[in-house]
Write a protein that binds this ligand. Structure first.
Ligand code: SF4
Length: 131
């Protein structure tokens, strides 16, 4: 999993980090944060997409190997959240790259993040079984 902060207030980032720490221990499900998009199969986007971050987000996405999946984490990454419609922001992650899973909340709690990742795994299992 690779994480991109597209201009988050850090609330969603802190909850994602909390989900990875031993208290919630997302790693027990095999979810590991990696330092390069080239090593990741899942991209987690937090924060609203701005004109400044849109191109960088696309560049990170293009560096990931196939198959790859995207999680939009938090209201800002879903739809722009409280910044929706602002002159310099206001768009969700899917305005730049395809999104496979949306985890709502401002910010989502670690339990919601773990539940969401479980839903993505179920979705992938469905895809794998269908092929
Ligand atoms: S959804 Fe809320 S907590 Fe997350 S980046 Fe936006 S304002 Fe911050």
């Amino acid at each position: 999993m690779f994480h991109v902060n597209a201009s988050s207030c850090n609330g969603c980032d802190i909850e994602l980090v909390a989900a990875l720490t031993p208290r919630y221990d997302l790693e027990r499900f095999g979810v590991v944060l990696v330092p390069s998009p080239r090593h990741a199969d899942v991209l987690v986007v937090t924060g609203v997409v701005t004109p400044q971050t849109k191109d960088r987000l696309i560049r990170v996405y293009e560096q990931m190997p196939e198959p790859k999946f995207v999680i939009a984490l938090g209201a800002c990454a879903l739809s722009g959240g409280v910044f929706q419609g602002c002159y310099d922001a206001g768009q969700g992650a899917d305005s730049a790259i395809p999104v496979d899973l949306y985890i709502p909340g401002c910010p989502p709690r670690p339990e919601a993040i773990i539940y969401g990742i479980g839903q993505l795994v179920k979705k992938l299992e469905g895809k794998l079984n269908a092929s």
